[in-house]
Design a binder for this molecule. Sequence first.
Ligand SMILES: Cc1ncc(COP(=O)(O)O)c(C=O)c1O
Length: 374
Amino acid sequence: MRPQRATVAEIDLSAVAHNVGVMKEFAGDARLLAVVKANGYGHGAVPVAETALAAGAHGLCVALVQEGVELRRAGIEAPILVLSEQPIEQVGDLVAHGLIATAYSTRYIDALASEAKRLDVVGHEVHLKIDTGMNRVGAAPSNAVELAGRIIARSPQLSLGGVFTHLATADSPDPTETRAQLSRFDLALAELHRAGVDPGWVHAANSAATIAHPDARRDMVRAGIALYGIAPDVSMTPLCGRLRPALTLRSRVSYVKRVAAGEGVSYGLRHRFATATTVATVPLGYADGVPRGLGLSGGQVLVAGRRRPIVGVVTMDQLMVDCGDDEIRVDDEVVLIGRQGSESIDANEWGSLLGTIGYEVVCAISARVPRVVV
Ligand SMILES: Cc1ncc(COP(=O)(O)O)c(C=O)c1O
């Protein structure tokens, strides 16, 4: 069935390819893993993955086994790292589809080994994740030698292909915590070396660290947000000037009316017009991923080449825009995220208004919005 609304998320794959090139330059000699979890941060995992690989990414990262399986089913044969341990009942699928495992517990290593044995797989690649301070997932640095030894001892089913950590504050202008994490990581790596363990690929950097912390780049970097052309944090915008946003959230005016001074708009009539104005209705709402409070927080759209405020609360399927005295017609283009004429709005602008980050904004664009590759 063809989409019935004009609301689409356009994905510019040439921007993704360009951003891969920019991040490869930052990465220097390190290989680049393109992080395409959460449906490629809302951009469409398969087309982004194919584009990133064609542009020189060495492999991919996903959060879930099902995300890796989707890529395999699309015919992608490149290395795919699943970034955390998964439910034990999914380990069979992970091994069967040749997804690189992340491990940080004996139970999980043993489950990987027994599934590899059952499936007659030799040398299934496992990366050991060390938690150096983020306190989300990962082994304590003091357990690294024991866990690496356990993976190696499970040869020939398993092989230790890498050791990595994840940085909690690489996007912050203050480098203190990143330096502390990297030095804990280095101590753990030194202990592995002392124990005679070859760690394989060593990696630590996300997008922010790849851009701003040369010491984090190591053998590989895992870049996500930058590949989509979004700065990891607003404070990094100047460093991200060469990145090109890949996503445009676009719609068209579905209805236009003139509203008198003193009238209100949308549920609760929480916005009232001081003067008579033209109100355009746009067919997308919070069920599409536009937060209900965006207008009340100062959110704007681009229409007729100008910034115009979203007024009142965003409703489930529609939002309203104050167009002043502009001549607006049904079907006029409305850009919510992206460029129109000389104006542009990026995901981090929404993030700043809403107390969140560009990552959440693009991931929240719902499945109801068709992704159109351009
Ligand atoms: C373990 C891990 N590595 C890398 C990334 C990519 O991070 P970014 O999108 O900031 O580049 C993520 C994303 O959350 C992650 O969880």
